[in-house]
Design a protein. Structure first.
Length: 256
């Protein structure tokens, strides 16, 4: 009569290997592969075969253990000086360490989840007047051992630093303000003046401008009017004034 044996359930082949290592109290970095493989195969032999997907995972690990065992039985190959001998168990040890880390992390999270069920959240019911209260500052603790004289000296040092940051030459230049000129309005004014006088002096036209920006824009408008053929400009002699003559009706121009 066969005696039924109840096997422990493991989440996977790595979980079984980790259990065997802890059960035999061996160093995970120096696994006795022959002993662990024998115990592992014994478990796989007795495990139920209903779920082939689960069984296949354990069989793949069994093949890996047998492969490692065979490599360790072979004579060791000579390695050159300075090179480290490759341990056939190194890759398996790395996988076990990673699995062990994640397993313990999952247990920690499970304990935190179970512990959180013991806490009950309660909304704060502190009156608004109490929660918004701020204690007045303690000036004695703020000042500490400082005296009025030491604070005054510190104030003078800070003010001196601020003064040193100011450029004595550039600070006297004043502020540069941007002059805004309405191009359409200025064009209408210039065109109206030329059309009313038919012939006018370039100097007289510029003298009626109020600012440097007005003068520059007026000069650009005259150049564009010459370009489109609305006015004609003549100079009788070198260094003399220009005469602006109206030729054709004005059209709106664009200054680029």
């Amino acid at each position: 009569m066969a005696i039924p044996v109840k096997l422990e359930v493991f989440e996977g082949p790595l979980d079984l290997l980790l259990h065997l290592i802890e059960k035999n109290k061996v160093d995970i970095y120096d696994i006795p592969i022959s002993l662990i493989t024998e115990q592992y195969l014994e478990y796989v032999k007795n495990m139920p075969k209903e779920d082939l997907n689960v069984v296949s995972e354990f069989l793949v690990m069994a093949a890996t253990l047998l492969d490692i065992k065979c490599k360790m039985l072979l004579p060791k190959q000579e390695v050159e000086e300075g090179e480290e001998e490759i341990d056939p168990r190194a890759e398996l040890v790395q996988k076990l360490l990673e699995y062990k880390m994640y397993k313990y992390m999952s247990l920690e999270l499970k304990d935190m989840q179970m512990g959180s069920e013991r806490y009950i959240y309660k909304k704060p019911n502190i009156p608004k007047e109490v929660s918004s209260y701020k204690a007045p500052p303690d000036y004695e603790s703020l000042v500490g051992d400082n005296t009025l004289q030491s604070l005054n000296e510190l104030f003078k040092v800070i003010m001196k630093r601020n003064e040193d940051k100011i450029d004595p030459i550039r600070s006297s230049f004043g502020k540069i303000k941007k002059e805004e000129v309405d191009l359409d309005k200025k064009q209408l004014e210039v065109c109206a003046y030329i059309e009313a006088h038919k012939n006018c002096s370039f100097t007289d036209l510029l003298s009626k401008q109020k600012s440097k920006m007005d003068t520059i824009v007026t000069f650009l408008i005259i150049l564009e009017l010459i370009k489109v053929g609305s006015v004609d400009v003549k100079q009788e002699e070198a260094f003399n004034d220009f005469t602006i003559t109206y030729k054709a009706p004005f059209t709106r121009i664009e200054l680029v």
